[in-house]
Design a protein around this ligand. Structure first.
Ligand code: FES
Length: 121
């Protein structure tokens, strides 16, 4: 993996959040985040980030992030931290603890070895 270098330009956003909102047909073997309330919760996250006055944070919809069975999920860069979430309370915790305070929400984090048989919470 390429590490940042001193020649790289400054970050345009301090944090860039990619929220999977991919939708697949009902009954698809991998499921999809949009069928697990991802669109409504993405909208909630954007509105709440504005209400909190978060600066330098961009929240974008993303296509499939290829961790469908663990969804709904999101990934935050530049840290590359993945989260699973289910509720508005989960979103609030990610916004406040990670994006506002610079911390983490361990109970919702997905590590590279998290599999569908080992849910995050
Ligand atoms: S459908 Fe969301 S990660 Fe694939």
């Amino acid at each position: 993996m390429n590490a940042p270098t001193s020649d790289d330009p400054a970050l345009f956003f301090d944090c860039h959040v990619f929220v999977c909102t991919n939708v697949r047909p009902p009954g698809h073997e991998r499921g999809s985040c949009a069928r697990k309330n991802a669109v409504e919760l993405r909208d909630y996250m954007k509105d709440k980030a504005k209400a909190l006055g978060l600066k330098g944070v961009r929240i974008n919809s993303a296509g499939c992030l290829d961790r469908c069975e663990l969804g709904p999920d999101m990934v935050i860069y530049p840290e590359g931290v993945w989260y699973h979430y289910d509720t508005k309370e989960d979103i609030d915790e990610i916004l406040i603890e990670h994006l506002q305070k610079g911390g983490r929400v361990p109970r919702l984090m997905l590590d590279p070895n998290t599999t569908p048989s080992k849910p995050a919470k």
